[in-house]
Write a protein that binds this ligand. Structure first.
Ligand code: NAP
Length: 261
């Protein structure tokens, strides 16, 4: 029987890319899903096409307003048991620091950092009470290595890895599992949906993402790591997969490399 069979999994960012691929694979594996993103109608379409659609529910939330989203989720979920929370929703950035408004940094932090903290704090007390549960966050290789055009995204993804490390330390005595997933370049709409310096959506593909591994392969490797209860895993191929390792063994080489790109 699959690790996920019969478990209730709350998955954010389920309408697109990595989250959509995870939803499909989790449903196949027998999980009962709570599907979250902003677009309720897209989530309904996703739900209707998953294996056992009657086992899944839609919970539309806007994580750019974490307090309101958490209050709405508390109301909708009541005391429903969550076995696994997968914080996967996220937004990236493509703009140089000189051209980026402060409000863009705040928006990235709201979605990519405070959204994770808010939903984690919502499910944590019940998990601690039951001495059972797993919190997963999809950070990024950009949470280990800073590069051009992503200063706000780097900041939020570094921050969320720090939060997850602290969470893991605090939850050890409560028997909870805490997993950080760090994808490299994955072929999804992330670049298209990323923020420009004025907060507008970029609306263009990025060749680095287009040549990355598929969302399905990323989901497969991520779910494998979650099932094994790994603390942290890098998922991807080529230089984007190698980067966190290189950063550890030769930070000066990585500094030179990212300055030239
Ligand atoms: N693709 C990559 O190369 C890559 C690499 C490293 C890390 N990641 C991370 O992987 C995760 C998934 O990204 P992806 O590549 O699958 O990108 P994607 O296709 O753009 O999906 C992003 C997901 O996040 C949701 N979302 C965005 N803003 C939201 C908000 N304010 N409130 C609630 N949900 C929101 C979107 O749904 P709605 O539009 O319906 O709200 C969508 O489901 C992100 O955390 C990203 O940072 C991706």
């Amino acid at each position: 029987m699959s690790y996920f069979s019969g478990k209730t999994v709350w998955l954010t960012g389920a309408s697109s890319g990595i989250g959509l691929a995870m939803a499909e694979q989790l449903a196949e594996a027998g999980a009962h899903l709570i599907l979250t993103s902003r677009r309720a109608e897209v989530l309904e379409q996703v739900r209707s096409k998953l294996a056992h659609p009657e086992h899944h529910q839609v919970l539309a939330l806007d994580l750019s307003q974490p307090e309101a989203a958490a209050a709405q989720a508390r109301e909708a979920l009541g005391d429903q048991v969550i076995d696994i929370l997968i914080n996967n929703a996220g937004v990236s950035q493509r703009s140089m620091i000189l051209d980026t408004d402060l409000k863009v940094y705040r928006q990235l932090m709201e979605i990519d950092y405070f959204g994770v903290v808010a939903l984690t704090k919502l499910v944590l007390p019940r998990m601690v009470e039951r001495r059972s549960g797993q919190i997963v966050t999809v950070s990024s290789v950009a949470g280990k290595v800073g590069t051009k055009l992503r200063s706000g995204y780097n900041g939020a993804k570094f921050a969320v890895i720090g939060f997850m490390d602290s969470l893991r330390a605090e939850m050890h005595e409560h028997g909870l599992v805490v997993t950080s997933i760090l994808p490299g370049f994955i072929n999804t709409a992330i670049a298209h949906n990323s923020l420009s310096g004025d907060g507008s959506t970029l609306g263009k593909e990025d060749p680095d993402n287009a040549s990355g591994i598929s969302a399905e392969e990323c989901a497969r490797q991520s779910l494998q790591a979650i099932a094994k209860g790994k603390a942290e895993v890098v998922v991807g191929s080529g230089m984007s997969k190698l980067a966190p390792f290189l950063q550890r063994i030769s930070p000066s080489f990585v500094r030179r490399m990212v300055a030239k790109r």
